[in-house]
Design a protein around this ligand. Sequence first.
Ligand code: OGA
Ligand code: NI
Length: 393
Amino acid sequence: MGEVDPAFIQDTQHRPKLAVIEAEGIPLVGTCSTDGTRRATLSSLSLGLGFESWGGHSVTPLTGTEPNILKTNDVPTPLIDLSSANASNHVSQIADASKNWGFFQVINHGVPSESRRKIEDAARKFFALPLEEKRKVSRDEVNPLGYFDSELTKNVRDWKEVFDFVVSTPTVIPVSPDPDDKELKELTNQWPQYPPELREVCEEYAREMEKLAFKLLGLISLSLGLPENRFNLFFEESTNFIRLNHYPPCPIPHLALGVGRHKDGGALTILAQDDVGGLEVKRKTDGEWIRVKPTPDAYIINVGDIIQVWSNDTYESVEHRVMVNSERERFSIPVFFNPGQHVWVKPLEELTKGEKQNYRAYNWGKFFARRKRNNFKKLDVENIQISHFKASE
Ligand code: OGA
Ligand code: NI
């Protein structure tokens, strides 16, 4: 292994915690297990060089050259069965999960597993191509779609490569984040020659995701006491996009992240993760990073920043990040549901009658254009966040 680019190294406080507890059968996260065994919390297992111990159990820090064995924990995270037999519970389950976690997983969601398998296979084939082939469909400052391997999250490089494509035709966004620049541009997908089926399987998957997204948006709307179709209008001329993610094995999994901590800026994300695992969500009750254990065929649903604003903070978007490991590559496919570029995002009137609106309205297209620019280029300023639109006290 040669030198690792320092651009990948996270600041100390944001580094993931990797540890192996040598004694078998001791779960890593939690406070007290039902059988009375004391559990360690991940945060107490700080990673350093040398030997550390916690609570009498020896903990071996990983150096990055050793296999990255992180025992996944048993913290229950919300899992919602969307089959019709359970329909009467869906709304309240979604309300609880969105409020307490800002995320949940769904099973029996109606998306054919065949459609997912096909896009996952095609993604594997694409990322296995030589770099020069992938770079033939590279994203650049003009076209934000296609292949990219140098994305930054909060100005630190992510250990990943991606392929982005949009779902609606046309997808239109502002040319620049400058509020005075009214010019718009149409985004065009760049499809590689190989694998030849990539375009078709992506388009089929996109149609399935759209159906699931509208089902979920309907349930979220009902869970806020609104009509089921309350959000639909915002998604006319949507700026939805889908990302194929590949996280190669990483020689420094204790120093780098596949994706640094962030919240998704759109309305809703539907994520397919493979069986490797690595996604962590920040638990709202105590700020602990919790590993989302892969559930076969399930989708992970993240409440995004826009739902936080629409709901006037009733639901808060979930902070999350991706750990990498030194042994196994990982693939994931997030689908980002975003409104049209013309939409002004603000707390919904029906939810704020007689109450303070926590945010000033902002234009989604300009917000999106600025995000895209920052993920591309290292800037000295913080990326744009919804907190910048917080109404003053
Ligand atoms: C993202 C993201 C999670 C994952 O791309 O925004 O959070 O598991 N991805 O790849
Ligand atoms: Ni994300």
